[in-house]
Design a protein around this ligand. Sequence first.
Ligand SMILES: NC(=O)c1ccc[n+]([C@@H]2O[C@H](COP(=O)([O-])OP(=O)(O)OC[C@H]3O[C@@H](n4cnc5c(N)ncnc54)[C@H](OP(=O)(O)O)[C@@H]3O)[C@@H](O)[C@H]2O)c1
Length: 351
Amino acid sequence: MAAKIRVGLVGVTGYTGMELARILASHPSMELVRATSRSEAGQPLEALYPFLRGTGLGGLIVSEPDPADLAKACELCFLAVPHKAAMETADALIRAGLKVVDLSADFRLRDKAVYEAWYKTGHTREALLSEAVYGLVELYAEEVRRARLVANPGCYPTASILGLAPALSAGLVETGDIVIDAKSGASGAGRKAAVATLFCETHDSFRAYGLPTHRHTPEIEQEVSRLAGSDITVSFNTHILPIDRGILATIYTRLKPGADADTVRAAYEDFCGDKPWVRLFPAGTLPETRWVRGTMYCDLGLVVDPRTGRLIIISAIDNLCRGASGQAVANANLMLGLPVNTGLDLAPMMP
Ligand SMILES: NC(=O)c1ccc[n+]([C@@H]2O[C@H](COP(=O)([O-])OP(=O)(O)OC[C@H]3O[C@@H](n4cnc5c(N)ncnc54)[C@H](OP(=O)(O)O)[C@@H]3O)[C@@H](O)[C@H]2O)c1
């Protein structure tokens, strides 16, 4: 049996780090040999995550995030840390010859000035921005295969871009009137303690936040503009749901003259046909977060409203798996020459 590829994970104590550990515990071709945290260094992973007991990962001792140590031990490293914390580590690891999948936003925006305006911080590794590949595997698989650095897409952008891609690529909707009304479970905000995501603040209530300045806006605009071939400004509005994981985006577009329910469905069938992780729901049925929980699926439902001339797209993903860690493993698979779905044929976590 071929030796497994040695990989590292910076930020194992976060929600996306936890999800990466879950997926890597049963990956047939990758072995997690380093998992880092500044606050939990020295602990065995199974002490943090009892669900790893009895897997090969339970006894792995969490280490400090030391780029020199990671470079010696690993061929590829996942960075599951906040933006700004990722950029210098990514640079150090790439200089040491590693491949890097960065789950933060540090390399997603091609334009440094746009990053600095939306993230309100300086970008210190501009040279890497031009070589980073945006890791949405349905759109950029070839580029990802050749990449040293992949910018893993954000969770909301994954749901929004995949939902809009067929309509925009086929030129079926107006580009000037797109509204993305998106809702996320509370794990989307990360695991750090914050009043806004305490149980009593989120349970049994529903609220909007971050309007109209959510940081995922320029990322969505960058990618949908590329698909449409012209600059698009979207109205992107975010809400927090009283659930732990899952995103549902309801995307309102206006059909161009001549486009109707049949042309729309044909375009979506054509787009989804060779993309097993994008599931188009039959007419009259709509996606839900629970059908994608813990999976790589992006479920799409379509509603054409002849009274308003609107195409409404419903897009559902799991923010932690498809929107972060599963997508990161898909990118790593491609970068390491493995089939994209290696270790990712994950059934939904039910109920
Ligand atoms: N949550 C989601 O649904 C989601 C989806 C897509 C993308 N993302 C992105 O993925 C990244 C991780 O998100 P998350 O939700 O997992 O965050 P999180 O729950 O807040 O966890 C952050 C992790 O990073 C470590 N860390 C923080 N600052 C660090 C530093 N300066 N150097 C080294 N390690 C550091 C933390 O551990 P220690 O403090 O112990 O070191 C922790 O393990 C973020 O950039 C986020 O935007 C998140």
